[in-house]
Design a protein around this ligand. Structure first.
Ligand SMILES: [Zn+2]
Length: 302
């Protein structure tokens, strides 16, 4: 079994600007939930002329606390890891107050057209788009964008070379695995994005929810193994005669709380989409939650 060492201890106070390192401060927004943990962490990079990473949801109290705590300093850039609603909507209010520019990947491919093809979602539009390797800078700091699609097609991590820190957004978290929700979430992309991190040399990850990850490489390896095991478990269920996603969820996620059943079904769908792409599984059309799945005849799956 993949041995994921989760990080759950997280000492913080809502609305308080806390120092993480010489170049990094943080403030946690009060939007706790099943998928957000204690809430979204906004990171502040630099001193004097600073960048914000993930200003958070449209939560006036959070924006007010950020602006108050950073009075006397200038917010020059607002960076968005991805366009999920707990990460970016506060950017508008901060921009109105400060004039800071908003940076992010740009439209994600998340909506489905009538014929099932994916069409871009323009609900989040940055002032300036970032691509893999693009660098933003301020006094004493550089932040490089690392495109890591999977959890969301527009997901960026940001690397702060001066401290060998990677702001890992929702791609890699310490307290939980990432939710991969099709069609915008894509398991094949997610696995490639995990591999991409294995080849880097970051000392610490600071995720958008929860505590820092202090041993990033073993953590990422464990996540890769975990997904491989899940795919193998799904193939086993198909071999034993399960065909519908609810049956597979019941067998694979033992003891799952009812509130998470829908997310588990989405996760199994994400795996099945990838297994169909790899031609190990078939379902007679585009994969959806209500199709019936079976092993592809002659597939080389174990
Ligand atoms: Zn997210």
């Amino acid at each position: 079994m993949a041995d994921i060492r989760f990080y759950r201890d997280f000492a913080f106070q809502y609305g308080v600007l806390e120092t993480v390192s010489p170049l990094i401060r943080r403030m946690v927004a009060r939007n706790p939930g099943l998928f957000t943990g204690h809430g979204t962490t906004t990171y502040i990079v630099g001193q004097g002329r600073v960048a914000l990473i993930d200003p958070g949801p449209a939560l006036h109290s959070h924006v007010e606390a950020l602006l108050h705590s950073l009075r006397g300093e200038t917010i020059t850039q607002i960076l968005i890891t991805h366009s999920h609603a707990d990460h970016w909507p506060a950017a508008a209010e901060i921009q109105r107050a400060t004039g800071a520019r908003i940076y992010g990947f740009g439209p994600r491919r998340s909506k489905q057209g009538a014929s099932g093809e994916e069409i871009p979602d323009y609900s989040f539009l940055p002032d300036q788009t970032l691509r893999d390797g693009d660098v933003l800078e301020g006094p004493g700091w550089h932040l490089a964008a690392v495109h890591t699609p999977g959890h969301a097609s527009d997901h960026l991590c940001f690397s702060l070379a001066e401290e060998r820190v990677l702001f890992s957004g929702d791609h890699v978290m310490g307290w939980s695995t990432s939710v991969i929700m099709p069609p915008d979430g894509n398991l094949g992309d997610y696995m490639l994005s995990l591999e991409k991190l294995v080849h880097r040399n970051d000392a610490t990850y600071l995720p958008a929810h929860g505590p820092a990850i202090l041993d990033p490489k073993p953590h990422v390896h464990a996540f890769i193994e975990h997904r491989k095991e899940r795919s193998a478990a799904i193939l086993r269920r198909l071999r034993e005669g399960d065909a519908a996603i609810p049956e597979i969820v019941k067998a694979v996620y033992v003891g799952l709380s009812p509130g998470l059943r829908w997310a588990a079904a989405q996760s199994v769908l994400a795996h099945l989409i990838e297994l169909v792409r790899l031609e190990q599984v078939e379902c007679g059309g585009p994969p959806t939650t209500d199709r019936r799945y079976r092993l592809r005849h002659g597939s080389r799956s174990q």
